[in-house]
Design a protein around this ligand. Structure first.
Ligand SMILES: NC(=O)c1ccc[n+]([C@@H]2O[C@H](COP(=O)([O-])OP(=O)(O)OC[C@H]3O[C@@H](n4cnc5c(N)ncnc54)[C@H](O)[C@@H]3O)[C@@H](O)[C@H]2O)c1
Length: 310
C-alpha cells in the first residue's frame, strides 16, 4: 500500500509548508508526518535530521512509513556558503533515506531535483532531459548524484524512486530557502509593499520558473503515475515559463507604476549564468500528463492578489 503513512522531510521549507497541507487534505491529517530540523507549528511534527542514519531508520520503522517526500536539502546559494553541509544533507541525507526505505520496504520515495544539475556547457534553450550535466555549484553536483543514486536504487534494488527537476519556484505562503531564483519572490513582495528592490542578478538573466500550485500538482501527478508509463525515473524536466529580472520589473510596473529596481549582481550571478533559459518538459507531459495551469502574467497577478490580502 502507498500513501498510508507519508513522511515529509524538510517539511518546514518553501515546498514542504504547502505540500504538507495538500497531502493532509488528500489523504487525511493522521497519515502525514511533517519532519524537519527546524521546528514547525504542527502537532504531528517530528524532529528529524536526515543526516542521522539511526533517527531516520527509527522514525520510518516505528511509524510504518510507506511513502516519503524527501524535501530536506541545502539549496544553491546556501550551498555555496557551506559546501560541506550541502554535501552531508543532499547526499548523505538522501543515502540514509534510500537505505532505510529499502530496509523498511517503503513503496515510494519522491526526490525533487533541480535545474541546478545543468552547467555552463548545457545548451541554453529547450534543454532536454538527457544532455550535458556538469554543474559548477556544490548544489548541482549533489543533485546530479542524487538523481543517479535514485536511478541506481531503482535498477539495482527495485526501489520506487521518482524525481523531477524543478525550475525556480514562485510562492507567497512561505519564504524561499536560499536559492538563486529567490530574487523573483523578493521583487514581487517589495513591489506590493510599495518599496523599491535591489536585485542580486543582472537585468537580462533569463531563468525558467513555475508557480507553486503547478509545482505541487506536478509532484502529486508523478507520485501517482502508473509505473508502466514511466520511461524516466528521477530526472523529469518540468517548467512553465521563463523571464528575466527586467521583464518581471516591467510587469510589476503595470501594477505599481513608480516601482523601480537597482541591479547589484553578487555571487549568485555566476550560478544563474550557468543555468539554462528554458526546458523541454515533453517527457513529463507524455509519461504522466504534466501540463502547468499558470503562465507568467497569471502567476504575477495571483501572487500580487494574495500578498495584498495579507
Ligand atoms: N524552491 C525551489 O525553487 C526549488 C527549485 C528546484 C528544486 N527544489 C528542490 O525541492 C526540494 C525542497 O526545496 P525547498 O525549496 O522546499 O527548500 P527549503 O530550503 O525551503 O527547505 C528545505 C528544508 O530542509 C530542512 N533541512 C535542512 N537540513 C536538514 C536536515 N539535515 N535534516 C532535515 N531537514 C533539513 C530545512 O530546515 C528546510 O526547512 C529540494 O530538494 C530542492 O532542491 C526547490
Amino acid at each position: 500500500m502507498t500513501f498510508e503513512k507519508i513522511l515529509v522531510t524538510g517539511a518546514g521549507g518553501q515546498i514542504g509548508s504547502e505540500l504538507v497541507p495538500l497531502l493532509s487534505s488528500i489523504f487525511g491529517e493522521e497519515r502525514v508526518i511533517p519532519s524537519d530540523v527546524k521546528e514547525i507549528k504542527d502537532k504531528r511534527f517530528k524532529y528529524l535530521d536526515v543526516t542521522d542514519k539511526n533517527s531516520v531508520d527509527l522514525l520510518i520503522e516505528k511509524n510504518k512509513v510507506d511513502t516519503i517526500f524527501h524535501l530536506a536539502a541545502i539549496l544553491s546559494a546556501s550551498g555555496e556558503n557551506n559546501p560541506e553541509l550541502a554535501y552531508r544533507v543532499n547526499v548523505e541525507g538522501l543515502h540514509n533515506i534510500l537505505n532505510s526505505s529499502l530496509k523498511n520496504k517503503v513503496n515510494l520515495v519522491m526526490i525533487p531535483s533541480t535545474i541546478g544539475v545543468f552547467g555552463p556547457e548545457t545548451p541554453k534553450e529547450n534543454v532536454p532531459i538527457e544532455t550535458i550535466t556538469r554543474p559548477t555549484t556544490i548544489y548541482g553536483i549533489t543533485k546530479v548524484l542524487a538523481e543517479q543514486l535514485g536511478y541506481y536504487y531503482y535498477r539495482r534494488f527495485g526501489l520506487n524512486v521518482r524525481g523531477l527537476r524543478y525550475p525556480g519556484l514562485l510562492s507567497y505562503k512561505s519564504p524561499p530557502g536560499g536559492g538563486t531564483t529567490d530574487y523573483a519572490i523578493e521583487m514581487i513582495i517589495k513591489a506590493v509593499k510599495g518599496e523599491n528592490y535591489s536585485c542580486f542578478l543582472r537585468q537580462n538573466s533569463k531563468l525558467p520558473m513555475m508557480y507553486m500550485p503547478d509545482a505541487l500538482e506536478a509532484i502529486m501527478k508523478l507520485a501517482e503515475a502508473e509505473d508502466k508509463n514511466l520511461k524516466h525515473r528521477t530526472d523529469f524536466n518540468v517548467s512553465s515559463f521563463s523571464f528575466t529580472p527586467a521583464e518581471l520589473e516591467s510587469k510589476l510596473r503595470e501594477y505599481y507604476p513608480s516601482f523601480t529596481v537597482n541591479y547589484n549582481p553578487d555571487f549568485r550571478q555566476n550560478i544563474a549564468d550557468s543555468w539554462p533559459w528554458s526546458l523541454d518538459s515533453s517527457a513529463a507531459k507524455k509519461e504522466w500528463n504534466f501540463s502547468p495551469s499558470f503562465n507568467f502574467d497569471q502567476t504575477v497577478k495571483d501572487m500580487i492578489y494574495n500578498l495584498k490580502g495579507r
